[in-house]
Write a protein that binds this ligand. Structure first.
Ligand SMILES: C[S@@+](CC[C@H](N)C(=O)[O-])C[C@H]1O[C@@H](n2cnc3c(N)ncnc32)[C@H](O)[C@@H]1O
Length: 281
C-alpha cells in the first residue's frame, strides 16, 4: 500500500470500474503510446488458428482484436473486463466478422468453465486486482492442461517514470488518496511475478523486461495521457475541485522536468515485464 487508509477491496474495485468506464474511449486513443508492449505480449502468446483465447481485463480490446485475427476462422477470443464501457468500446472498434465474444466479469471470479481455454492474455492488469493470487488461480482453473498465460505488469517503480512522476505530483499536491490503492509496481520488483506464478502452480515460467518511452508535447499532454491510462486515479481526480487540480498540474510540470528534451517536449521511459507460464499437463 502507498498510504495509511485501510484497504477495502470492494471500494477499490468500484472505483476502478467507474474510472475505466469513464476513460474507455480515451484509453483506446492512448494505446499507440504502448504499442511495443502489446506487440511483445502478442508475440509471446504465439497464437495460431483454432486456439481458444481469454483476454482478461481486456479494456478496449487492444490485445483481443489482433488476437481474434490470429486465431480465426475456427478459434475465438473471449474479452472480459470489470468495466462494461471498456467492452462496449472494444465491440465498437471490432469488425463484426471477427471471432470475438464479450463478458463483463471480475478477474477474481470468472464465468468460464474449467479447462476450456488454450491461452489467457492479461495486459497491464494483474497488479490492479486486489488478490492477484486468486485471479491466477482462476486462470489456472480455466486453462486446459498445457495451456499458457501471457501477461504484462509494470516493472520496478524507479524504471517507470511514465507513471511515477504523475503519482509523485499527486502526492505532493494532494497527499494520500481517499480510497486506498495497492501499488501498481508491486509485481514489478525482482522475482515477485515469477514467485506468484510458481505459487499458483504454473511451470516453464519466463519473465522478460520490455522497455519503451513515450513522447509528449508538454506537461499537460503528459498529465492527460496519465489520466487516460489510470482509470481509478482518473475517477479520484474527477472528484477534486479545479482549484486543487491546478496545484496538481503545477506539480506535474515540476516532476517531469528531468525528462525535458533539448529540442522541446518530453520523453518519459517505462519498463514493463512480460511473463509466459504454462499450466502443467
Ligand atoms: C490498464 S487497463 C489494461 C487494458 C488492456 N488489457 C491493455 O493491455 O491495455 C486495466 C483494465 O483492467 C480492468 N480491471 C480492473 N480491475 C479488474 C478486475 N478486478 N477484473 C477485471 N478487470 C479489471 C479495467 O477495467 C481496465 O480495463
Amino acid at each position: 500500500m502507498t498510504q495509511d487508509a485501510p484497504f477495502d477491496p470492494r471500494r477499490f474495485k468500484a472505483q476502478e470500474r467507474a474510472g475505466f468506464n469513464r476513460i474507455a474511449a480515451r484509453y483506446a486513443g492512448g494505446a499507440p503510446l504502448r504499442a511495443a508492449l502489446a506487440e511483445a505480449v502478442l508475440n509471446a502468446a504465439r497464437l495460431e488458428p483454432g486456439l481458444r483465447v481469454l483476454d482478461l481485463a481486456s479494456g478496449p480490446g487492444l490485445l483481443a482484436l489482433p488476437a481474434a485475427t490470429q486465431v480465426a476462422p475456427h478459434g475465438w477470443v473471449l474479452a472480459t473486463d470489470i468495466a462494461e464501457t471498456m467492452l462496449a468500446e472494444a465491440a465498437r472498434r471490432s469488425d463484426d466478422t471477427a471471432p470475438l465474444l464479450f463478458a463483463a466479469a471480475d478477474a477474481e471470479h470468472l464465468c468460464v468453465p474449467d479447462a476450456s481455454i488454450d491461452r489467457v492474455l492479461a495486459g497491464l492488469a494483474l497488479f490492479l486486482f486486489p488478490d492477484p493470487a486468486r485471479a491466477l488461480a482462476e486462470v489456472g482453473r480455466v486453462l486446459a492442461p498445457g495451456g499458457r498465460v501471457v501477461l504484462s505488469v509494470w516493472g520496478p517503480r524507479a524504471e517507470v517514470p511514465l507513471l511515477h512522476r504523475a503519482q509523485d505530483a499527486i502526492a505532493t499536491a494532494l497527499g494520500p488518496p481517499r480510497v486506498a490503492r495497492p501499488s501498481v509496481f508491486r509485481l514489478g520488483e525482482a522475482g515477485a511475478l515469477a514467485q506468484l506464478l510458481d505459487a499458483a502452480g504454473f511451470t516453464d515460467i519466463r519473465v522478460e523486461p520490455c522497455s519503451f518511452s513515450c513522447p509528449f508535447d508538454d506537461a499537460d499532454a503528459y498529465w492527460q495521457a496519465f489520466l487516460d491510462l489510470a482509470g481509478g486515479v482518473a475517477e479520484a481526480m474527477a472528484q477534486v475541485p479545479e482549484s486543487r487540480l491546478a496545484a496538481v498540474r503545477a506539480a506535474v510540470a515540476d516532476a517531469i522536468a528531468p525528462h525535458r528534451l533539448p529540442a522541446g517536449g518530453y520523453r518519459l521511459p517505462a519498463t514493463a515485464l512480460v511473463a509466459v507460464a504454462r499450466r502443467p499437463d
